[in-house]
Design a protein around this ligand. Structure first.
Ligand SMILES: [Fe+2]
Length: 238
């Protein structure tokens, strides 16, 4: 999938496109995204959990050089760490092989320090709206709290990688540590609701048959984007 930002997006489903045979990965149905800049053959990985070495092998086989990772949030199925006692490989293992910056929102730092076991210095901390350069392309990091305090979406032109903030049907849970239904209500109905209709939503999990959908469609079909007040929204969805 090419992007107007001069970047290409590769959507990889855990258990299907990589980590094949890992039954937990298959069940969790996470998407990892590779953002590729074809002129300079540089790449970023977004939420490189489950089989980070395999993901790097894949990039290198296509002659791409990994220059960074982006984490949408701290949960182990996206960043690696302990998932109910199961050790999920992720960014800590990735850094053993490739010493690259790991881009996160400031509000996620304490959570990631705890969950990944990495030092604070391993993370490159961002504010809402920061722009990452990738060769001649650029990505924007948007702070979208609610699922976790420092959840972020990654924008490549009109393509949005939304992690667990917004799925094609529904949104991420708010009952896990750090979740906040009022914040997620604000994120969805004020911030994401302001994005262009043409924005293509690429979620963090394959919970729907389609791999992505336009925001114009989701405004109609996804009930969590309904323009409800906070009390009604949280009563229905939290
Ligand atoms: Fe999550």
């Amino acid at each position: 999938m090419s992007s107007p930002a001069g970047l290409e997006l590769l959507q990889l489903r855990a258990g299907v496109d990589f980590a094949v045979g890992d039954h937990v990965a298959t069940q969790m149905a996470n998407y990892v995204y590779a953002v590729l800049e074809p002129r300079h053959h540089v790449a970023l990985l977004v939420d490189p959990a489950w089989a980070p070495f395999e993901l790097v092998d894949r990039l290198e086989a296509a002659d791409y050089h990994l220059v960074g990772a982006v984490l949408t949030h701290y949960h182990a199925d996206h960043a690696g760490g302990s998932l109910g006692g199961l050790a999920v490989p992720g960014v800590a293992e990735l850094l053993e092989r490739c010493a690259v910056p790991v881009h996160i929102q400031r509000e996620e730092l304490a959570w990631l320090e705890r969950s990944s076991g990495l030092e604070r210095s391993a993370f490159t901390v961002h504010e809402d709206g920061d722009v990452l350069s990738l060769g001649e392309g650029a990505l924007r990091l948007v702070h979208t709290p609610g699922h976790t305090p420092g959840s972020q979406c990654v924008l490549l032109g009109d393509q949005a990688l939304t992690g667990d903030t917004l799925f094609l049907d529904g949104c991420g849970r708010t009952d896990l540590p750090g979740g906040d239904a009022a914040q997620l209500h604000h994120t969805l109905t004020r911030r994401i609701a302001a994005w262009e209709d043409s924005t293509a939503i690429y979620p963090g999990h394959a919970y729907s048959p389609a791999p992505s959908a336009q925001l114009a469609v989701l405004r109609v079909t996804n009930r969590v984007l309904a323009p409800l007040g906070e009390a009604e929204w949280t009563a229905r969805f939290s």
